[in-house]
Design a protein around this ligand. Sequence first.
Ligand SMILES: Cc1ncc(C[n+]2csc(CCOP(=O)(O)OP(=O)(O)O)c2C)c(N)n1
Ligand SMILES: [Mg+2]
Length: 931
Amino acid sequence: MAAPALADAFNREMYEDAYSKWQSSPTSLDPTWQAFFAGVEFAGNGVSRTPAIPGDLRLQTGVVRLVFWYRQAGHLQAHIDPLEEKPPAPVSQLKLETFGLTEADLEKTVDGSMYFGNSGSMKLGDLIAALKETYCSKVGIEYMHIDSLEKRSWLAERLEPTHNRPMLNLKQKYRTLMTLHWASHFENYLHTKYVGQKRFSLEGGETLLPMLDALVEKSPSLGIKEIVIGMAHRGRLNVLANTLHKPFEKIFNEFEDLYLPESTKDGDGDVKYHMGFSADVVTTDGGSVHLSLSPNPSHLEIVNPVVEGRVRAKQRIHNDIDRSMGVPLLIHGDAAMSGQGVVAETFNLANLAGYRTGGTVHIVINNQIGFTTSPRDARSTQYCTDIAKFIQAPIFHVNGEDPEAAVHIARLALEYRQQFKSDVVIDLVCYRKYGHNEGDEPSFTQPVEYRKIKAKKPVPQVYTEQLVNEGSIKPEEAKAIVDTFRQQLDTALKEVKEHAPQPKKMEGYSGRWEKLTKEYNHTPVDTRLTDKVADRLADQFVAVPEGFNWHPTIRKLAEKRRDDVRGRKSIDWGTAEALAFGAIVLDGNLVRVSGQDTRRGTFAHRHSFYYDQETGKAVCPLANLGPDQAPLDIYDSALSEVAVLGFEYGYSLDEPTALVIWEGQFGDFVNGAQVVIDQFITSGESKWNRSSGIVLLLPHGYEGQGPEHSSARPERFLQACAEDNIQVCNFTTPANYFHGLRRQMKRTFRKPLIVMTPKSLLRHPQAVSPVAALLNGRFQEVIDDMVPPDSVRRVVLSSGKVYYDLLARRTELQRTDVALVRLEQFYPWPEEQIRTVLGRYRRATEWVWAQEESHNMGGWFFVEPRLRMMGFPVEFVGRDPSASPAAGSHHVHKHEQAELVEAALTRPASYYVAGVGKKPSSVISTAATAR
Ligand SMILES: Cc1ncc(C[n+]2csc(CCOP(=O)(O)OP(=O)(O)O)c2C)c(N)n1
Ligand SMILES: [Mg+2]
């Protein structure tokens, strides 16, 4: 049905006909009609009835559409940009004629009963004025993309009756002014005392501080006890000083030239605008909120999922079931918000059962520039916040030069978060007073904008004048704010200058970390399974609700697991893992596993949930062991690597008593999360004194599946190993995997554990362990061979799956002069254990490192210098250097694999397998000649 010209072709029949069509199938109508009825319904707060048609249909229809469009598009005409003196020119969506109305109608009385908290009859002109004030003032609001009528109505009910006017009392105005002055004078002070030092000034965006203050002040009344903040460089020092009240002395100290960390044992530290801090902040009416600013690397936005994971962990710890006590607050930059993919990936976690945190408050410091790049080059969207629309968050664009509006919106946003437990976004439109940092000249690239910016009065001054003019404050009071603040800064600086720069002291572990230390040690811990627990878990493998409709294969698997454990037979990988999870939760440690298709397992080996074949309902037996267990949470994740790994890392930071595991679908996908690995997992402890016991399970192994499903790139992790920062393992037995996981929770320290996990070994008949190895054994860094040592001439060291290929061939060849030693843990390098094992082969003359990875990959570059230093002149056997991790052809793979296995056992000790028809690389020509 085509839309009629609404003004004149309107009649009751057509109207009702269209309305009933719209109700049954909105999209069967022309978009104009769709929008019209949506507006009518929305205006009626979702009450589904055929709206009454008043006498003057043209006029009243016009009103309905007009209100709809102001709600929909009022933001386009709002004066949100402080660099523009006036609001934007009228937009066609809001022109009178669009609604079939004329100037002459403005004096007519219309029915305003559905708007503005039931305003009754009013003049059209007054209605429009009210709409303008609500939707086109210094705040532009986008909320009509939200499908929920409840959310829309909630917002409309709060925005319209007040005409969206900020209602700050005198006390709030004073705080707003005070925090604005703090913001600007803190920057000024650093600017003059530490000339040229980078601080990423907040100036031009000072309004952030009164907004944060308003959030903190409002929190206790909304039941909020803790806010975890993620933010980048811009204004961070200011937030640390004036929102978290990090002592000025500490901050100044970090600016002093002679500042040195106490000792390198404490790690390498980080620049001052990346450091985290936390504090209990007391509000003016005596409430208290714990604020925690997460440390973060330079990589913009990457801290977002980490913050979400941290909050999720805190919510669990504090039993914050409805997620109302802990709130994540993410502060973004405008360029980064649009450009970085992790922003979208993190938003996508917002409503997922395994990842939601009850809504995040987002604030964008939208200074309308990213380093030297203007918005037109930085994004394809109208607003930098458009990405938030896909999760239907309301978005408030606030003119940073109207601090009262900003404070009002901050309070409203927090209420919305608490009410709906969903995300909300504030776009603080401001400017950047100086260059990107303090040594930068912005007029090289933005001369026009910076002429405007230079001429601008600072926001605190604008607001002071406003308050003085309206009589809310006396000029002396404003001056007193500044004087007092300066005095505090002077006192702190004097203190710092008079005493030699204090070396930084890394803060010790506290809270849930209190009993843990940072130092790694190789001392074995008792990770044995008891008979009682083994039997209890075995029985639980088949524990399903009454009347459960099994899948026959799953039933067989569950029964086999039970029987294998009960009968103390040999078990496979999946069973060992299930026993580890079960034993850990029975020890009282939560186990949280997440990754793609993790509940079943990519290779159908985990089956942690059984699905009723009639109802589809899933049960997780090990999550139902009994009240004496900690929870077992296994989640299929969104198809994201970087955000999900960031999230799990964040979780592990705040909950060291939980075993937190992230599983990659195939190991190669881990590079999508490389930033989290480089910037947090491997270096976080050194930079910020924050440990993590996160486990990464990365399927790895050359099985002919092509370049992308072979390698988890162990070499990249090995290159990052130093100062006992991470553990890198490649297990060959279910028992070692079991002990390796349990060990993670049993030691006095937490270190990330990176495991190259198997694929074909999951079902390999030899890659099994007797239950006895779980009951009596312990973790083994190195696994020795069983051949009589004195018959051995060649020792072949390897790690991971290739061992089984070597073993099979050696058995075929019946060689007793070759020993196969497995390195199960690369790092921390188990030097003593290696020496003990290798030392037994006194008559060996050849030492070979065999790997299935190419020469430039795998463990070779890591183990070679270490083994040589220990006195074992090890030689290489493996694939020759390759650009791609593995051959695309299964046939080539098989050829190469057979060749390298043969070489490891029988050929000269240096042997580089080249693919079929491939020339050996010149880099290794000497070795190649040795063949
Ligand atoms: C992932 C990433 N890429 C590049 C940079 C380098 N960089 C630092 S700040 C910046 C501009 C950021 O602009 P915006 O997000 O608008 O924040 P602003 O500095 O304007 O507050 C860039 C490109 C970075 N830190 N992180
Ligand atoms: Mg910016």
